[in-house]
Design a protein around this ligand. Structure first.
Ligand code: LMR
Length: 327
């Protein structure tokens, strides 16, 4: 009789544990950059670590870095199909879902990441987070990377140096216009293909942050890097509205709480991480070219017409709000 009771109890425990396992929510978080030494890689890893520790048995986050699961543009489709639950694409890659993020690609609009942070924290910036909700994509947070630098297979000092060169760009019409303004040939291409394309000469140059240039070794296949700081590369942490709205309220609240903590902690470190990556590029013997104020002013002037081209889509009020964040 006792044996029977123990048997029943064990069976009940197994059933309970199986049902607990079955109820664990798995969040696949896919991104394209390095897992460590990179603002986004580190933020995604910390988010997973905190959720897996504090929500053990209820939610498990699995991070897939380095385009292991999906590359930049495919990840949004995967999100809507339910193949992944979270991602953090750059704002430049959201064009298919909203044109509102075009503001972030305007060249020489934000003077640094702190200005971007102030803009994103403003009423206008917060409202933008929901810009793609109509397409089923929910914005949860902004994550910082940093300012972009430019490189090619020859020195870039004046805008005329870029003329006629092929540049890899993210899938953004603003970035396309930016390189056309330099009389260059922009080519939209997935991040995972950039190193190979630079190495084989499919493209001559690229623009990216120090952390992407170092961790993906672009500096190895370029003549040098010009410190242009001409634009921002920042991220939006996204999920599908269906998945998010389907979560139990308490689970959603706890995930939001952890995401806010991680966002606040990691965003303050992005500039430092980019600086460290820049130092590694320098230590590798790559020439880093600084521009004088006069030289930089020429790049500003050459790219300025891009603003007028997209002002209609973005709205002059929003551009003015962004400009105010520089002060
Ligand atoms: C790029 O494609 O250059 C970047 O968006 C990659 C990234 O996620 O930082």
């Amino acid at each position: 009789m006792r044996m029977l009771k123990l048997g029943v109890a064990a069976a009940a425990m197994i059933a309970a544990s199986l049902s607990a396992q079955a109820e664990e929510i798995v969040i696949k978080f896919s991104h394209v950059v390095a897992a460590s030494g990179h603002p986004k890689g580190e933020a995604a890893a910390l988010f997973a670590e905190r959720v897996n520790e504090r929500m053990k048995g209820k939610v498990r986050v699995e991070v897939y870095p380095n385009s292991q699961l999906f590359n930049d543009n495919k990840v949004m489709e995967a999100l809507l199909l339910g193949d992944v639950q979270m991602a953090a694409p750059s704002l430049s890659k959201m064009e298919k879902y909203t044109k509102k993020f075009r503001i972030f690609d305007l060249p020489f609009l934000f003077k640094d990441v702190n200005a971007v942070d102030r803009f994103q924290a403003s009423a206008e910036g917060k409202a933008l987070l929901n810009a793609a909700e109509g397409k089923g994509v929910k914005g949860l947070a902004y994550w910082h990377n940093g300012m972009k630098q430019m490189s090619a297979n020859k020195p870039l000092i004046s805008p005329a140096d870029a003329s006629g060169l092929k540049f890899r760009i993210q899938t953004s019409d603003v970035l396309e216009a930016q390189f056309r303004a330099l009389d260059a040939n922009p080519q939209k291409m997935a991040f995972s293909e950039v190193y190979g394309a630079l190495q084989t000469g499919v493209v001559d140059g690229q623009e990216n942050t120090w952390s992407n240039i170092y961790t993906k070794k672009f500096f190895e296949v370029q003549d040098g890097i010009t410190e242009t700081d001409h634009g921002i590369l920042d991220y939006i942490v996204i999920t599908s509205s269906d998945f998010w709205n389907g979560l139990p309220t308490d689970i959603r609240a706890e995930l939001e709480q952890i995401l806010t903590e991680v966002t606040n902690e990691r965003n303050t470190l992005s500039t430092q991480i980019n600086l460290e990556n820049k130092q590694k590029v320098v230590a590798a013997g790559t020439e880093v070219r600084k521009l004088t104020d006069e030289q930089r002013a020429k790049w500003v002037e050459a790219m300025k017409p891009v603003w007028a081209e997209f002002e209609g889509d973005i709205g002059s009020d929003l551009i003015n709000a962004a400009l105010l964040s520089n002060e």
